[in-house]
Design a protein around this ligand. Structure first.
Ligand code: SF4
Length: 375
């Protein structure tokens, strides 16, 4: 067995159930399918037993969705026990679970704690009731506060809150109020995501019809800058375009993904890659439950090199040339040659020691930088 085969893996488990669909959501998630949860967990555990044949230890687990906190505690308990039977988790493995404040109960949190989950991520989004309602969220800010209090009682001290920027009608004062409210809950980590209007969603229809108006680009940039300055003043460091943490609390699962480390995905719509093969499970719940196999794609060496840049440039420290060379057998300069010249000359990327990273201006136009690096 080569060292690479023994290297630890990340493990993502997709739990696609939601109470109802949020206005902006185009994730593979489904409302009204709670009756399928037990059968779904059976299917995930079957997939886990098959994939555990790789005999590689697990460094991080991430339960995402969907709304993992919609699972009844006994179903979550069965899932966590099953995963621990199938895989060997490294001591100190980071194990995260996404939670929706509208669905969290004491019994559920105690089940997570008992099952080895040590990091929680709450989709808090915004302090203002009118923005939560516009987003179609099922929770109130009071439920965010109650959920965080319950989480602390259950013994969780590593807590992320997801917040959203650039919402229709959202003002800078709203963002400041949301940040203040979020910080008062003493999270270890905050994710501040700009709204992306996805085709086919209610958000897209309302924006296109003119019924909802998005803030202009400058205001959205100001919101982002406000997050950066307020969070920096509170001791958070930005380690990725949208992610901020107290020292020692960066999400290891996500860092490993951005460093393009191998991971397994279980459940509908879950992907993963091992070696040069990418696996994508069917996005539809019924297809997955019927056992439709994952699609497998071979990743070419040039695609792998581009992926390393696409993911790695999201991190504020950028892409280490030494790591890149160890992984791909050539330096960043050898892989991208003259394609680096324009973004370097425009001040969108820069070298910082061994690392190529986006500048502050480059972070606003990351896609334009990536287009320059494409074949
Ligand atoms: S809770 Fe999350 S996954 Fe579910 S509909 Fe809302 S945004 Fe989508």
């Amino acid at each position: 067995m080569t060292p690479m085969e023994q290297a630890p893996l990340g493990l993502y488990v997709h739990l696609p159930f939601c109470v109802r669909k949020c206005a902006y959501c185009d994730f593979a998630s489904f409302a009204g399918r709670e009756g399928d949860m037990a059968r779904y967990v059976d299917a995930v555990l079957k997939e886990a037993r098959i994939k555990s044949g790789l005999s590689r230890p697990i460094a991080t687990l991430y339960l995402g969705g969907g709304t993992p906190s919609l699972l009844p505690p006994e179903t979550m308990d069965r899932l966590l026990r099953g995963l621990r039977c199938a895989f060997h988790f490294l001591p100190g493995a980071e194990c995260s679970c996404e939670c929706n404040p509208g669905t969290v109960t004491k019994a559920f949190l105690e089940t997570l704690k008992k099952g080895g989950i040590n990091r929680l991520s709450f989709g808090a989004q915004a302090r203002q009731p009118e923005l939560l309602s516009l987003l179609g969220r099922i929770h109130t800010w009071e439920q965010v506060e109650q959920s965080v209090a319950l989480a602390r009682e259950a013994g969780f001290d590593n807590i992320n809150l997801d917040l959203m920027l650039g919402l229709p009608g959202q003002t800078l004062a709203d963002v400041q109020e949301t940040l203040d409210a979020a910080l008062s809950l003493s999270p270890t980590h905050l994710s501040c995501y700009g709204l992306i209007v996805e085709e086919g969603t209610k958000m897209s229809r309302m924006v296109e019809s003119g019924a909802w108006q998005l803030p202009d680009e400058e205001t959205e940039r100001d919101m982002y800058e406000l997050c950066r300055s307020v969070l920096s003043r509170h001791g958070f460091f930005q380690y990725e375009i949208s992610n901020f943490s107290l020292p020692g609390f960066a999400c290891r699962h996500n860092l490993d993904c951005w460093q393009r480390k191998e991971y397994l995905g279980l459940g509908s719509a879950a992907c993963g890659f091992v070696g040069s093969v990418r696996f994508e499970n069917p996005p539809g719940l019924d297809d997955y439950l019927k056992g439709k196999p994952a699609e497998e794609t071979v990743i070419s060496p040039s695609e792998a090199r581009f992926e390393s840049m696409m993911l790695g440039l999201r991190m504020t420290e950028g892409v280490s040339n030494a790591d890149f060379a160890a992984r791909h057998g050539m330096s960043i300069q050898a892989a991208f040659g003259e394609k680096l010249n324009k973004p370097l000359a425009q001040g969108l990327v820069e070298w910082s020691g061994d690392c190529l990273r986006l500048t502050r201006r480059g972070m606003d136009v990351q896609n334009a930088v990536l287009v320059e690096l494409m074949d």
